[in-house]
Design a protein around this ligand. Structure first.
Ligand code: NAP
Length: 393
């Protein structure tokens, strides 16, 4: 069965064409973790109209294979236009497991896998012990399971560009060795850095490629339908018209479908020039001031008033006054926390170099400004608490 139901973005088309030109003989048998998440769901959707989809395997947390298949299908549905049914996911494609399970990767169906895409992770910014168990320990067990597999062609580790830590220059290049704990704003990025370092040190025989997406916001054609993650915060900042970074700070944002199609292209391309790739807007990133203007142009809110840069100490009062004037009940404690954490990231003012992706013949990311209107439109009817829930799981 071939699915042609998805709106094929031009990036996906180009990425798939590139993969098709260079593909090795024989279909790929892809094992994907994290398909129920934002990025993993987009990766599954990017593969949904390819010959590889029906042979894909998904690791899913569920009570049964039927429930697991249903969860993957629901995740895929977020990436289909209204009225279009998501593709079928069969029970035989599902490996029911939690990454924490000691025997999560013992299923014999995994013996025939040619490509692993490991997208599952605990992405919370809170200091949770399972961050280390899932993001590091389970990732090592997965790598160990596949490190001696002769048929494995590629092991794609979905990392994060922010794993570079805090002390980098304005244009961040893809260093192989990432800094450890003390150099990170949150344990999550520290765990991603540790996992990537350990993968390289402990499994030199693994056909590993690390992909490091920058900040992922929305979908280039579906806006916030798949997830309003981070978008809601940008909108709140635009309404406040005050924040901790200068208006000249860059935010390196990519849409989830660009991110996913780039990951798929890198997974299927038989030869790659580098062991690590940013998936980023790079030099095409927008400045905070430009983004706020675009938001305000749509909403009319603080138009005309100059943006004010504030100290971190002002954020608590800003969250409280936002809550006091909002049309719905806002969890101001959560809002304050999010403003603080994302504020610290925004002050880093990072642009993640995207030249490696371009050198592989892959297209550049679209500008956030080009699809911001779609995100805005699709999130308009969603209560803020539901949008915030995307980032407070
Ligand atoms: N979103 C971004 O802005 C961004 C930016 C850069 C890099 N990344 C990277 O992209 C990857 C995916 O992120 P995301 O935004 O898609 O995260 P997400 O929406 O929070 O999804 C996380 C996925 O991991 C799965 N998972 C978590 N713990 C698990 C466990 N113990 N066993 C099995 N599965 C488990 C979740 O399954 P359940 O549905 O069962 O919870 C879900 O499918 C991560 O590696 C992240 O570091 C994301």
């Amino acid at each position: 069965m071939v699915f042609n139901l998805f709106p094929r973005s031009k990036w996906l088309r180009e990425a798939q064409e590139l993969a098709a030109q260079t593909r090795q003989p024989g279909p790929a048998r892809i094992f994907l973790t994290g398909a129920t998440g934002f990025v993993g769901g987009a990766i599954a959707a990017a593969l949904a109209d390819t010959e590889n989809f029906k042979e894909m395997l998904f690791l899913v947390r569920a009570k049964s294979a039927a429930e697991g298949a249903q969860r993957v299908r629901q995740s895929l549905a977020r990436f289909t236009p209204p009225g279009v049914p998501p593709p079928l996911v069969l029970e035989r494609q599902v490996i029911v497991a939690d990454l924490n399970d000691a025997d999560a990767f013992s299923d014999p169906r995994l013996d025939a896998v040619s490509h692993v895409i490991h997208s599952a992770a605990v992405t919370s910014f809170a200091d949770r012990p399972d961050i280390w168990r899932v993001n590091v320990d389970a990732t090592m067990r997965l790598a160990e399971r596949f490190s001696q597999e002769p048929g494995l062609r590629r092991f794609v580790y979905v990392g994060t560009a922010m794993a570079c830590g805090v002390a980098r220059g304005a244009i961040v290049t893809e260093t192989l060795r990432l800094p450890l704990e003390h150099a990170h704003l949150v344990p999550y990025t520290a765990s991603k850095a540790r996992a990537e370092n350990q993968l390289r040190e402990r499994f030199p025989e693994l056909p590993l490629v690390s992909v490091r997406p920058s900040i992922i916001v929305g979908h280039s054609s579906l806006g916030c339908k798949p997830s309003a993650s981070i978008f809601w915060l940008l909108k709140v900042v635009s309404q406040l018209n005050r924040f901790v970074c200068p208006p000249s700070a860059y935010l390196d944002i990519v849409p989830v479908d660009y991110c996913a199609s780039t990951i798929v292209a890198l997974a299927l391309k038989p030869t790659l020039a580098f062991p690590v790739y940013h998936i980023s807007a790079g030099q095409g990133s927008s400045m905070v001031g430009e983004l706020l203007q675009a938001f305000q142009g749509m909403e009319g809110g603080a138009q005309g008033k100059p943006y004010e840069r504030v100290a971190e100490a002002a954020l608590k009062q800003m969250a409280l006054s936002f809550g006091a004037t909002a049309r719905e009940t806002v969890n101001t404690r959560m809002l304050h926390k999010a403003l603080m954490l994302y504020g610290r990231f925004s002050r880093l003012n990072y642009i993640f170099d995207q030249r490696r992706i371009l050198s592989e013949g892959l297209p550049p990311a679209p500008s956030f400004l080009d699809y911001l209107g779609r995100c805005h439109h699709s999130a308009q009817e969603l209560p803020l608490r539901e949008q915030m829930a995307c980032d407070f799981k």
